[in-house]
Design a protein around this ligand. Structure first.
Ligand SMILES: NC(=O)c1ccc[n+]([C@@H]2O[C@H](COP(=O)([O-])OP(=O)(O)OC[C@H]3O[C@@H](n4cnc5c(N)ncnc54)[C@H](O)[C@@H]3O)[C@@H](O)[C@H]2O)c1
Length: 335
């Protein structure tokens, strides 16, 4: 049985807890938060021991995995300290995205986990759905032919005005990861951004991408839309056919170039909140399985290195907009 702790007893911490509860081979034993009322309610709801101090929790419990579900500036500023504390005590970490809002710290987290031979996973949950696995298999089997281009759109509503780059750093680890999952490393970017007139931050982006394979792509992102309607669309096109994934897990369609017959996989029961919870459950289950099976740390799905690679693309997009130029994504860290 894998012993699990959670630091950060907010909404997302609770989703992690529900996911571990449904994961065979995992036992949630401890929770830590700075707010005593939150840990008390959490401990009561999930039967875990409550802590107000992470170092004490790590010293007391013999944890195998710590889920880091704190938030902080740009939704990642509070991830570094608990992640490094857990890794220092030999505990594997599943960290929420972004690894850190500061790229230097994200690099350090990945390097430190690697130096210790520990697992560092990132909650890149949007790719952990069966239709994404099917689409990925189609690419591997050559069903699309040579990959030519990929188009991604991800948007929700988030009125938070905390930092100019909040929308890019907090939301787009997901969209970039899905693009990388299907088409591989991204080498060059060129970004444009737009503030809605009522906003202080760059709440919309349009980013051109060039992949290492030579394929080209595009990302449209926004924090000014709504979650009432579908929030994500991913299209990948090749010389033999094209697929479209609608709303993360709802529908996958394949359009072959040489036939009128489409393949449609539709999850009629999947929408909104259910999709959201399911992606977490799938992702967490996979992390537990891969840790328990002792898969080589660099080979786990949704690894720290992959989370970092997505963040490098985001930082390059920010530099592109600031300088008005095409920017190379640092090659040394593309993974
Ligand atoms: N993967 C996804 O689809 C997805 C979706 C939404 C949010 N998120 C991520 O989930 C994370 C958490 O989001 P949230 O909305 O639950 O945040 P939140 O602010 O509601 O909860 C974070 C909790 O962490 C606690 N905390 C902060 N520092 C701490 C410390 N040092 N020790 C103990 N507790 C500490 C806070 O008291 C708070 O209760 C964010 O990183 C966000 O980016 C992921």
């Amino acid at each position: 049985m894998v012993r699990v702790g959670i630091v950060g007893a907010g909404n997302i911490g609770r989703i992690h807890a529900r996911s571990y509860r449904e994961t065979p081979g995992a036992e949630l034993v401890a929770v830590c938060d700075l707010v005593p009322e939150k840990t008390a309610a959490f401990a009561r709801d999930f039967g875990a021991t409550a802590y107000g101090d992470l170092d004490r929790m790590l010293a007391t419990e013999r944890l195998d995995i710590l889920s880091v579900t704190t938030a902080g500036p740009e939704n990642g500023g509070h991830h570094y300290t608990p992640t490094m504390a857990a890794l220092r005590t030999g505990v594997h970490v599943l960290c929420e995205k972004p690894l850190s809002n500061e790229i230097a710290r994200a690099r350090e987290m990945v390097a430190f986990a690697r130096s210790r031979g520990l697992y560092l996973g990132v909650d890149l949950n949007h790719r952990f759905v069966p239709i994404a696995a099917t689409a990925r298999r189609w690419i591997d089997e050559g069903k699309l032919g040579e990959i030519l281009f990929a188009n991604m759109a991800l948007w929700i509503r988030n009125p938070n005005e905390s930092s100019p780059w909040f929308h890019l750093r907090a939301l787009h680890p997901h969209s970039i990861d899905v693009l990388r999952y299907f088409v591989g490393d991204i080498q060059r970017v060129h970004a444009f951004m737009k503030k809605a007139s009522h906003r202080a931050i760059w709440s919309n982006c349009s980013v051109n991408l060039q992949f290492a394979s030579g394929a080209i792509g595009h990302l449209t992102g926004s924090y000014d839309m709504t979650t009432r309607h579908p929030i994500e669309r991913c299209e990948v096109a090749g010389t033999k056919g094209r697929f479209v994934i609608e709303n993360v897990a709802e529908k996958l369609t394949f359009y072959p170039h040489d036939s009128d017959e489409q393949i449609v996989i539709q999850n009629t029961l999947m929408s909104g909140t259910l999709i959201f919870e399911t992606t977490f459950r799938n992702r967490i289950r996979r992390f537990v399985e891969q840790v328990a099976a002792r898969v080589p740390p660099e080979e786990i799905e949704g690894s720290g290195a992959e989370g970092l690679a997505a963040q490098e693309v985001i930082e390059a997009a920010i530099r592109s907009w600031e300088t008005g130029t095409v920017v190379d994504v640092p090659a040394a860290v593309t993974a």
